[in-house]
Design a binder for this molecule. Structure first.
Ligand code: SD4
Length: 330
């Protein structure tokens, strides 16, 4: 009997050892399907919407062997500085009282995270979020406190309300109807996640939030696990669209957890979109949410509620924009 027990125990141990071996191999070696035309799938960077300028800035860092964290920050800064992007940073549409208030977050390969919410007058909230992560004992700084911290870190105080955004606000005030616009200009909140040559994952998200929101409103974008999430063992995800729906379903966290269970990033993002539709059918029909995801093997996924969501992917020396599939047809 003892020998039978020993045999069983040894078999079990051998099995577990083999599985552990496979796991190790899975984590550190490229799979055959990770090889695209002779080059591996990493480094890679994916961003919500046609943010090819952002992915190009990220790629400069990634292709030089740089860190994914630096790449996603550089990418987000491109969208933040662009006055034509009316949903991010400078040029972002204000709240209903005319204030441009910004939300952003960042997360690195160690699981460190930083975030700012309701930040005014600072053009690069993603960089302030990074300082929160690296220089404070906290994860989130908000409003005046975030501004104070940014100024103490040497960020310049600027007027972020462009003439164009001010005119759009004046026009909105005529009716003062709050109606989130689906795919507004197809150039929106930036969620950007990357895996670098050393297979370190990082992500960032930056937005001016929903145009003409209530004063004080904070969306999903600066909330770790909602607007963006990274787990270096698994993958990373980011969101765009009506933040309230992403907040209530913790979309980015859900996607990473689905990938942890072995799902392909595409299947994982589809699950998060379906979850929204299942829990909030009416709101899901009338609004847009889109997700992008990347796993540590450099495989990606993108999916949205409504058609019209696109994304930029820089991988294997190519910077391309793709149309994401969607749950509903319009
Ligand atoms: C928010 N998710 O504040 C952001 C807005 C956005 O495309 O993504 N717009 O809810």
């Amino acid at each position: 009997m003892p020998s039978r027990r020993l045999f069983l125990k040894n078999t079990l141990l051998a099995g577990t050892g083999m599985l552990a071996g496979i796991e190790l191999w899975r984590q550190w070696l490229p799979f055959p399907d990770d090889v695209v035309g002779g080059s591996t799938r990493w480094p890679a960077v994916i961003a919500t919407w046609d943010n090819r300028k952002a992915t190009a800035a990220a790629w400069q860092i990634l292709s030089a062997g740089g860190r994914a964290l630096d790449a996603v920050e550089a990418g987000a800064r491109v969208a933040e500085a662009d006055p034509n992007d009316t949903s991010v940073g400078y040029g972002g549409l204000p709240d209903r009282d005319g204030n441009v208030t910004l939300d952003a977050c960042i997360m690195d390969e160690f699981g460190n995270a930083g975030s700012v919410t309701y930040l005014q007058h600072i053009k690069h909230p993603v960089s302030v979020a990074r300082r929160v992560m690296e220089k404070t004992p906290h994860v989130i700084l908000s409003g005046d406190g975030a501004l104070e911290f940014a100024l103490s870190e040497g960020f310049p105080k600027e007027n972020l309300l462009t003439e164009e955004a001010r005119r759009a606000w004046e026009a909105w005030k005529v009716k003062s109807e709050y109606r989130p616009v689906i795919n507004s200009e197809r150039h929106d909140t930036i969620g950007i996640v990357a895996v670098d040559a050393q297979r370190r994952l990082s992500g960032a998200c930056s937005t001016s939030g929903m145009a003409f929101k209530m004063r004080g409103r904070v969306g999903d974008s600066p909330i770790i696990g909602a607007g963006m999430f990274v787990d270096n063992e698994v993958g990373a995800a980011a969101a765009t669209g009506l933040g309230e729906l992403v907040l209530k379903t913790l979309g980015s966290f859900l996607i990473v957890e689905e990938m942890r269970r072995g799902k392909h990033p595409q299947k994982a993002v589809e699950k998060a979109i379906r979850r929204i539709a299942q829990k909030y059918p009416q709101q899901a029909r009338e609004n847009q949410v889109g997700f992008v995801a990347l796993d540590r093997r450099g495989r990606h996924g993108a999916f949205s509620l409504q058609p019209g969501f696109n994304y930029a992917l820089f991988q294997a020396e190519q910077n391309l924009v793709f149309e994401a599939a969607s749950l509903f047809a319009r």
